[in-house]
Every structure is written in structure tokens, then in C-alpha cells.
Design a protein around this ligand. Structure first.
Ligand code: IMP
Length: 429
């Protein structure tokens, strides 16, 4: 099986979901075209990490879908979609998500959706701990989705896996191991009982990941990273990170595709933001671009595309090619007479850095970094649909990114719809 992984090359919210959905659809269509039409799913999609902290909005055939946990491939017929063994699965939230997708006509059943039986579950007490932990913190906050406590339990070996969760007796035993002196509220049995609707609803979608991955009908695996490189617990802007590995696909990917927004955005504090925009400009653009967290609704901080950070993501994750997103949004800068900026280096205590340095892993360093900018004329139109090409100014910007990073774009998203993409047709899927 050939495999592709999509990773967010920045701080999350690059618009990965809709681009993944596009490539999943393209893969299904290409397989039908080149290998003969089949109703059998031949495209396997997989979320490999993270949990309900993610948020993707996808506009497909006129409808708007909001996904948090399920892979975006679920929207595309003739696919099988897996929440892999590295995810933190929240059963209560999943029910709501599945029901609302079904209400919009999306088919979800054990034929096209599975959850790895060894994935860990996020339960009510994880959410409570997470919210309690973040309360009053100005710096490093969370989405309140229970990610950190689930990760702590997993690594401390008192977590609960999906298969155990589905068996009430096993669930109670696992709760006893987690809380040897009794549950924080109520009894073990009451807590397990409070999940009876979820157990029933989700009973037939637990799968053995290895069995799914080895099914011969699957020809392409498309991995969907959540969050982004800078939130990776190992490689990101620690400690302002999440508790998983957005930058490391948990399978051997033949091609790694980095999604990159034409500017930077970041939600949640506790990490340096070198190229942050000047406040007034940031506020006005945020309103126009609706840059608020899809999961939390929190306002996102905005900044200029950072090539130093992007090159680090490319080198660390082994990103082969880029998919650009949101270039159309920068049209707003032409309207207000502003230039588009690109960060090509950092200046720290009189020293210039044009690539990532180990000193950046000391917590204080990047808070003292000053961005070195190149400026570009803004574009009135990012993509000319009639001519099927980028405009002169946007092409110059894109060319410079390619020159500085040494890798190419294979497509540019220019809107929230699945088909709002200028596909340069450079990869075979
Ligand atoms: P957690 O993943 O909820 O623990 O949050 C840790 C940090 O990652 C916080 O700064 C969040 O705002 C950020 N974060 C988590 N998920 C996302 C995401 O999907 N997009 C952007 N930021 C995220």
C-alpha cells in the first residue's frame, strides 16, 4: 500500500482538513479511473495522534462540516477511516460528532469507520483535570479537551484503552487501577454506567489496527495530522505544545506533504511568536479572516510567514512537498495598502540566524528574537481561475518561499471549499 502523510507545517490551523479531504477524493477518483471502478473502499485514511482538541471545517458540495475527532476522509464515499492507536479518543464527544455528520447525510458505520482497540480514551475526569489545570493560567493553556491528563495516564500506565472501555467489567477494573482509593465522585460502577449509551453506540467500531492496515483491498493510506509542527511535544515550542506528535506520522509514509498557510496563526499562549503582527493590523485582519479557534473560539494571534520555522519543520519531518493555504486571504492587504512580509531570519543579541539553532530550545531565547523581513507587493487576486494561474505578485511570493525552503508547492488552496484548490498535478495519487 502506498502511503502519504499530511502534516501541519506551522502551529496548527493551517487548513489541513479540507486539503486532506480533497486529496482523499482525488485518490478515490484516480483509482476508479486507472484501476477500474469499484465500490470496495481502496483508500484508507487515518488520524494518528491527538484527539478532540483538533477542529476542521470542511465545505463540501455546499454543506459545512465541522470535524474534531473523525478523519476528514469520512466525508468521501468509498473510503475507510481509522482513528489510529496513537489518538486519545473521547467517546462522549464522538457520539455528538457522528450524529451531526449523519444528520448531514454522511454514512458512518463499521464498514467505513473504525477506532483502534488500543487507542486510549479521554473520560470526564480528564476534561475536569485539564480545565482545572488551565484555570487562571495566563501562559500555557489548553483547549480543555483533556489531552494532557489522558497522555499522563497513558504514559503512567493507568490509562484506559478503547477495548477495555467497551467492556463494562473491564472498564470498572481499569478504573480501580487508576483510582485505587475510589473515584473522585461516585462509585466505579456509577461512573462506568454513565457511559452505557456510548458503549452501546460505539460497540461495533473497535478494530485491530494491524488487521486494518494489512487489508489487501487498500491501495493508498492517507494520514491526517492534527495540530501542527510547533505543537509537537518533542520538536515543537516546548512547553507551549500539545501532548502528542503532530510532526511524526506513525507509519512509513512514502510522501510527506506539509500544509502551510501563507501567514502564521497561533492559539493558546506559552510559546514565543517571533513574527507577530502589529496589534492594530492583527485585530483588523482577525475579524476579516475570522481567525478564532475552531474548538475553543479563542482569538488567534496572527503573524507573518516564518521561513526559519518552516525550514525546521521541513527538515525535521522530512516534508517532501508543500500544499499552500489561505493565500486568498492576503488579498485583504492590497485593499488596505499594506505589504506582505516574509520572515527570512531571526536576529538575537546582534547575531543573525537563517536556520533553526539548538539555542532556540532554551525557553528564553526566541522571546528575544527580532524578525528579519523581506517585503512583497500585496496581490489583489491570489489565483486567477479563468487563466488557471497565480497572479504576478502572489507567484513572486510563492517562488521566494520555494527558493528559500528548497521544496515545491503541489497545490494552493484559495477558499474553504474542498474544490477551492489550484492543483498543479505534481503527485500521483
Ligand atoms: P491541548 O492540546 O488541548 O493540551 O492544548 C495545548 C496547546 O496546543 C494549546 O496552546 C492549544 O491552543 C494548542 N492546540 C491544541 N490543538 C490545537 C489545534 O488543533 N489547533 C491549534 N492549536 C491547538
Amino acid at each position: 500500500m502506498n502511503s502519504i502523510a499530511f502534516v501541519g507545517a506551522q502551529t496548527g490551523d493551517e487548513g489541513k482538513g479540507v486539503r486532506v479531504a480533497y486529496y482523499v477524493k482525488r485518490a478515490v477518483e484516480n483509482l476508479d479511473r486507472f484501476c477500474g471502478v469499484s465500490d470496495e473502499p481502496r483508500v484508507l485514511t487515518m488520524r494518528w495522534h491527538g484527539g478532540a482538541n483538533a477542529g476542521h471545517t470542511v465545505i463540501f458540495e455546499g454543506d459545512k462540516y465541522v470535524l474534531h475527532q473523525l478523519p476528514c476522509g469520512i466525508l468521501i464515499p468509498k473510503t475507510y477511516n481509522l482513528m489510529g492507536e496513537g489518538v486519545y479518543f473521547n467517546p462522549r464527544k464522538a457520539i455528538g460528532e457522528i450524529k451531526s455528520l449523519r444528520d448531514l447525510g454522511i454514512k458512518i458505520n463499521s464498514k467505513n469507520f473504525g477506532i483502534a482497540s488500543n487507542a486510549h480514551v479521554t473520560l470526564d475526569y480528564h476534561i475536569e483535570m485539564d480545565v482545572e489545570d488551565s484555570r487562571g493560567q495566563i501562559g500555557h493553556t489548553s483547549t480543555g479537551s483533556g489531552i494532557k491528563p489522558t497522555a499522563i495516564d497513558k504514559q503512567s500506565r493507568v490509562g484506559i484503552r478503547f477495548e477495555e472501555f467497551l467492556d463494562k467489567r473491564e472498564f470498572v477494573e481499569a478504573l480501580k487501577a487508576r483510582f485505587p482509593s475510589g473515584m473522585p465522585k461516585g462509585t466505579y460502577n456509577q461512573f462506568a454506567e454513565s457511559y452505557s449509551a456510548e458503549r452501546e453506540f460505539l460497540s461495533d467500531i473497535s478494530v485491530l489496527q494491524t488487521e486494518i492496515m494489512s487489508r489487501r483491498n487498500f491501495k493508498i493510506l492517507i494520514g491526517e495530522g492534527a495540530q501542527g509542527f510547533q505543537l509537537d511535544v518533542d520538536r515543537g515550542l516546548y512547553p507551549g505544545v500539545t501532548s502528542s506528535n503532530p510532526s511524526i506520522p506513525y507509519f512509513n509514509a512514502d510522501i510527506i506533504i506539509g500544509t502551510v498557510k501563507m501567514y502564521e496563526s497561533s492559539v493558546g499562549g506559552g510559546r514565543p511568536f517571533v513574527g507577530k503582527m502589529e496589534k492594530n493590523l492583527e485585530n483588523s485582519l482577525r475579524d476579516v479572516w475570522k481567525e478564532f479557534g475552531a474548538t475553543t473560539g479563542k482569538p488567534r494571534s496572527l503573524g507573518w510567514l516564518d521561513i526559519v520555522a518552516l525550514k525546521n519543520a521541513i527538515d525535521s519531518s522530512g516534508i517532501d512537498v508543500l500544499v499552500g493555504t489561505c493565500g486568498d486571504r492576503l488579498e485583504q492587504l492590497a485593499k488596505i495598502g499594506e505589504k506582505v512580509k516574509l520572515i527570512t531570519a531571526y536576529e538575537i543579541e546582534g547575531k543573525k540566524f537563517d536556520k533553526w539553532d539548538k539555542s532556540f530550545h532554551k525557553r528564553g531565547t526566541l522571546y528575544n528574537a527580532k524578525p528579519v523581513f523581506e517585503e512583497f507587493d500585496a496581490w489583489e487576486k491570489f489565483f486567477d481561475a479563468d487563466e488557471q494561474k497565480l497572479s504576478l505578485n502572489s507567484q513572486k511570493f510563492v517562488d521566494r518561499i520555494q527558493e528559500l525552503t528548497g521544496i515545491d508547492f503541489i497545490a494552493h488552496g484559495y477558499g474553504p471549499g474542498i474544490n477551492d484548490v489550484f492543483d498543479l498535478d505534481k503527485i500521483i495519487i
